[in-house]
Structures are given as C-alpha cells and as structure tokens.
Design a protein around this ligand. Structure first.
Ligand code: AMP
Length: 395
C-alpha cells in the first residue's frame, strides 16, 4: 500500500487532505476532537522527517463563504493537539494561499480555509484541483470521511502528483481494518447489523454474504424480518415494501451457509419515549399498540454467545434506541460481549455513525480493535464499492 512511509519529507511540503469536519458548539468550540487526533500521526511523521505540512479540509455544508463555517475556529484546537502553533490562510487557493505556502518553513504547519467555500470543490472541478495542487510537493490523502466523494481535494487532485501521492496513516488503517474483516479474516466471522432500516443496510448484507459465517440482525430492522416471517409486530418500525427482500436475504443466506440470527425477545413500549410503559415479549407476538425498541434478555444472552465464538467481528448499527436509557441495554450488552471477545484475541471493527456514537457513549471505544472515523465511506466500502479517494491514490 502506498503510505507516507514511502517518502522522506525532508525539505518537502506535504499537502494533506484531512477530515476536520468536527462538531462545534454555539461558541465555536470543538466538542469532539477525534478526527483531529486521528490525523496526528501523519502530521508528526512529516514534521519529524524535516518537512512542512499544509492542511486542507472542509467544515460543514456552507453555501459560498459563511463565517460560521470558517476553519479558523478550530485553529487553536489543532495547535494544542499537535503541539505546534498552526498558521492560517484565509483562502484555500490563489495568491494568498500560495504566498503562505512559500513562506512556510520546515517544521511548520499551515491550515487552509474551508475548501467548500468554493463550489468547485464538491463539483470535482479540474482547474480548482490544479490550483490546490500548487500548494504542496507531495499529496497525502488522510481523509477517510470523504474518501467516497470524487471531490477536487479528495480525488481529482491526485492526478497532479503522479509519482508523489500516498495514503496517510489514518486512511491506511481504515483500509487495512476493513480488509482484515472482509478479506484476510480469521474465522468465524460475525457481522452485527442493527440500526433503523433494512433499506440502508441491504447493500452491506448482499456484499458480505460470501464473506461471513454469522449475521446478527438487530435494531429496528428486526421487525421487517419478523413481519415477513409471519410475526405480529404491533407498531414497531417496519418497511412494508421490503418484506420480500427480507425473505430473499434469508434464502440467500441459507444457500450460502451463512447463519442469520434474529432476536427472540424484545423490550416493547407503549410509546416512543424513555418513560413509556415497557414489557418483555416474544418478538413474534408484540401486542397491538406496542413497539419493540430494544433486544430482550434472552436475545442478549444468545447474541453474546455467538460473539464469544467469533474471531472477527464487524459491528454496524445499534441493537435498540440506545439514545434513550430505557432502551440501551441490548446495545450495551453487545458492546460488552465484543469487548470481551476482543480481549480474548478477536479482531473487532466498529463503524457507521450511530454505532460509533454508542461505543463512545458507553466507553467501549478503547476496548474494540478499531473504530472507524468514516460513516458513509465505511458503508460504501462494506458494500464492496470502490471509493474515488482510494482509487485516485492507487492509480
Ligand atoms: P442507522 O443509522 O440505520 O444505523 O440507525 C440508527 C438508529 O436506529 C438509532 O438512532 C436508533 O435509535 C434507531 N433504532 C434502533 N433500534 C430501533 C428500534 N427498535 N426502533 C426504532 N429505532 C431504532
């Protein structure tokens, strides 16, 4: 794999596409620094080699130039995390940016203003990419969160660095961890797919059927399967237009000898509300007017048993409405089981926005092997798609 290790950055300026699209509070303070910390190893390697770093990123979804999306808000946080005072250019292209880059000394870092202040970025404009390419000697892509986009800074730019482009350590780790689950995996491999909808996970299920031994299905998705199998699901979440699809997934899995595990019991509520009345019932017999919002106790024991037997585990999507404490138990017990299996030597990868939020909220982030930084990008890789940001470096 073409990583930073192929280059010595002494006297070189590295132009790094990072994903510093971090959450900010009302005072523009960064509330979660994970993405900045994740880019640190690449930045440090370049500085230690004796080079300089030019950082480019987007922040939010600005329509043209909007002060609230300025990357200047996060300058101080980056400086603190990296331990170097980071300089700032108020435009990411043009004379000002080029001048700031030419003044940059070895050991220094420059942050460019929000790429998306220019609509050309998301359009993948070639001229804009060429302007950006003037700002470094070596192009490094370390932005997994945007690797599934063919934007100017994430993919198009790479052609201007035919011999001097590479993956940063973060992006390389993301690619390697997905490979460890889907290609070079130790068996048995178990995928846990939860979350709200079958429709958003169907691409993953189709792609992994040839690669895994067990699929645990949980969360809101459960009830489309249970209804398709003839159960009464009350008011639970259901995609009625996906009932045939659910049955077809079960058939395909059987043909490929993949075991699909559905919940057997569920915690039901009489309202979508943390303080609703609750009960535990068989997942096939949910009374009218009630809805399943979490995995039940027997299900949790069964799922934990399967996880304990697994050598490779992929987790995407919570097992219940974990945002409400009354319905978080299934997700927490699964997290515990994955943490225990990891301690016993299994490789575990957690990805997808809500499962990452869950592992952080419940303190599992350091107890699993890898937590992905990219929601959409991770989903597309699991669906077997080629990501433009990765292909552009490999080309
Ligand atoms: P996704 O983005 O598809 O991974 O879905 C995550 C969302 O699914 C979370 O916000 C959960 O609250 C929600 N979810 C999980 N289980 C259920 C359920 N049984 N009923 C409704 N929503 C659920």
């Amino acid at each position: 794999m073409k990583t930073l290790d192929l280059f010595n950055f002494k006297d070189k300026k590295a132009l790094i596409r990072v994903d510093f699209n971090v959450p900010l509070d009302a005072d523009f303070k960064v509330t979660d620094t994970t993405r900045i910390e994740a880019a640190k190893p690449s930045i440090i390697k370049i500085l230690e080699d004796g080079g300089a770093v030019v950082l480019m990123s987007h922040l939010g979804r600005p329509k043209g130039v909007e002060a609230k999306y300025s990357l200047e808000h996060i300058l101080e946080t980056i400086s603190k995390i990296i331990g170097v005072t980071v300089k700032f250019a108020t435009n990411c292209v043009g004379d000002e940016a080029e001048q700031a880059v030419s003044n940059l000394q070895n050991g220094e870092i420059l942050l460019l203003e929000n790429l998306r202040f220019h609509p050309e970025e998301e359009k993948g404009d070639l001229k804009f990419a060429e302007q950006l390419s003037k700002l470094g000697d070596i192009y490094v892509n370390d932005a997994f969160g945007t690797a599934h986009r063919a934007h100017a800074s994430t993919a198009i730019i790479a052609q201007f660095f035919p011999e001097s482009k590479c993956f940063g350590y973060l992006l390389a780790n993301e690619i390697n961890s997905i490979k460890r689950v889907l290609e070079d995996s130790q068996k048995p491999v178990t995928a846990v797919l939860g979350g709200a909808k079958v429709s958003s996970k169907i691409g993953i299920i189709s792609n992994i059927l040839d690669k895994v031994d067990h699929i645990i299905i949980g969360g809101g998705m459960t009830f489309t399967f249970i209804k398709a199998l003839g159960g009464n699901i009350g008011n639970s979440l259901c995609e009625d237009d996906k009932l045939d699809l659910a049955l077809s997934i079960l058939d395909q899995a059987k043909a490929k000898n993949v075991k699909i595990h559905l919940p057997i019991d569920t915690i039901i509520a009489d309202d979508f509300n943390n303080d609703a009345k609750t009960d535990v019932v068989d997942v096939y017999n949910i009374p009218d007017g009630w809805m399943g919002l979490d995995a039940g106790p027997k299900t949790n024991v069964g799922f934990s048993y399967i996880i304990a037997q697994s050598k490779t585990i992929l987790w995407n999507g919570p097992l219940g409405v974990f945002e409400m404490p009354s319905f978080a138990k299934g997700t927490i017990e699964l997290g515990n089981a994955i943490a225990d299996a990891t301690e016993d030597g299994a490789f575990s990868l957690v990805g997808g926005g809500d499962s990452v939020a869950a592992v952080k909220q419940f303190g599992f982030a350091n107890k699993v092997s890898y937590v992905s930084t990219g929601g959409g990008a991770m989903l597309e890789m699991l669906e077997g798609k080629t990501l433009p940001g990765i292909a552009a470096i490999e080309a």
